[in-house]
Design a protein around this ligand. Structure first.
Ligand code: CA
Length: 404
């Protein structure tokens, strides 16, 4: 998802942890849309010819290489997306609006109910709460509906050939071929994001080899099937092996405390300082770190498991989105603290209203999500130009009033 680029930022440093990115897919079995079509490239072909020798030296059978590269090719869009990663840093509010919004919560609740007994069994084995696994599933692939459409072999070979982080992507390509050699899936079924992450929980091939499990017992570790069982268990296994502490949540919103942001104390000390769960109940045990990820936004008390979620993707916003979306699909309410107005003086509801006004006025911004991205900025600029206003591209209360 365009929304997930910041997850890619830490990817090189992750050494092959599960990473998701760039999955704009819809259908899981259809051929890639024209956007991701492979094109002839002599340099790529020469690179593949040389790579085949290196792969065989690492134990990949020639027959596996033949089958894998018969359909694979150079995909320019993959390179473009990789180069395009240096994008703006999103606020937590915008990140949540894109990855854990109300529409996703509404889609996630029936998915959570449908998988309840499986998630409960997975929680029993690995100790990761069912809801948090569901949250990860929702952030990674919108509960299995957006797993990515790009053939993994094409994506990884394109990036390995392209050369930016070439060694990393060649290593992941070889790992993907090891998966095919083991017979867990086929090249045709192994589709995912532009960066080579695939399946319901968007594992990179190395993470798959290290952490995927056959939870349904059919003899294959199949994270690509429509049935998400193996993928969800594999994600739970990843988190368990990364140190998840059974019996503790990821964290929670608190009220009643103001000082100590950034500090780690015993939960009993936070309680003594006045911290109370915003949703009621009592604080968990152990220790907690107080976070205020965005001025004006919710105050969070996170457990050591928050750091474990960051092992899946090294971003605080990512870990909060996974934990929060999981809580929401399990029935919990939204954060009690609102984010308030942003630097432009507008709340997210007002930013959505402004976007809807631009759409009505004939300036297309897509579905109003309250997140001011390139499309909204361009629409504002066009509106301002057409009205003879100063062209700032920025939302403002005046602009909102003009569009009502
Ligand atoms: Ca299986």
């Amino acid at each position: 998802m365009a929304t997930r680029r910041d997850m890619m930022r830490g990817m090189a440093a992750m050494g092959g942890a599960a990473v998701l990115a760039g999955c704009n897919a819809s259908a899981q079995t259809a051929a890639p849309s024209s956007r991701f079509r492979a094109v002839p490239n002599a340099g790529y072909d020469a690179w593949v010819a040389a790579y085949r020798g290196r792969a065989q030296a690492r134990g990949i059978p020639a027959g596996v290489l033949d089958a894998a590269f018969r359909e694979a090719g150079f995909v320019p869009e993959v390179v473009r997306l990789d180069r395009n990663q240096a994008e703006r840093r999103r606020s937590l509010e915008d990140y949540l609006a894109l990855t854990a919004n109300e529409a996703k919560v509404a889609r996630g609740r029936p998915a959570f109910r449908r998988m309840a007994s499986t998630l409960s069994a997975i929680e029993g084995r690995y100790g990761v709460p069912a809801r948090t696994i569901a949250g990860l599933w929702g952030v990674e692939s919108d509960f299995g509906t957006k797993r990515g459409e790009i053939p993994v072999i094409s994506a990884l070979s394109t990036l390995a050939f392209d050369g930016r982080r070439g060694a990393y992507f060649e290593s992941e390509l070889t790992n993907a071929l090891r998966i095919l050699a083991a017979g867990d899936t086929t090249a045709a079924r192994m589709r995912g994001s532009w960066a080579g992450a695939s399946g319901h929980t968007q594992f990179m091939p190395s993470s798959y080899l290290e952490r995927a499990v056959d939870f349904d017992g059919d003899g294959r570790r199949d994270i690509w099937a429509d049935d998400p069982t193996d993928a969800l268990a594999s994600a739970a296994n990843f988190l368990a092996r990364a140190g998840w502490r059974r019996g503790l949540p990821w964290g929670l919103e608190v009220t009643g405390v103001s000082g100590g942001v950034g500090q780690t104390r015993a939960m009993s000390a936070w309680a003594a300082a006045g911290a109370r769960p915003a949703q009621g109940g009592s604080l968990p045990g152990g220790s907690g770190t107080l976070l205020r990820p965005q001025a004006g936004g919710p105050l969070l008390l996170v457990t050591p498991n928050f750091r474990v979620l960051r092992r899946y993707n090294p971003s605080d916003s990512y870990a909060i989105a996974v934990g929060h979306l999981g809580d929401r699909v399990a029935g919990q309410g939204n954060f009690v603290a609102g984010f308030g107005a942003d630097a432009t003086g507008l709340t997210i509801d007002q930013r959505r209203t402004l976007q809807a006004g631009l759409n009505r006025a004939g300036y297309d911004v897509g579905t109003p999500d309250g997140v001011i991205g390139a499309k909204t900025t361009a629409a504002i600029e066009a509106f301002q130009r057409d009205r003879g206003l100063a062209v700032t591209g920025l939302p403002s209360p005046d602009l909102l009033a003009a569009l009502r």
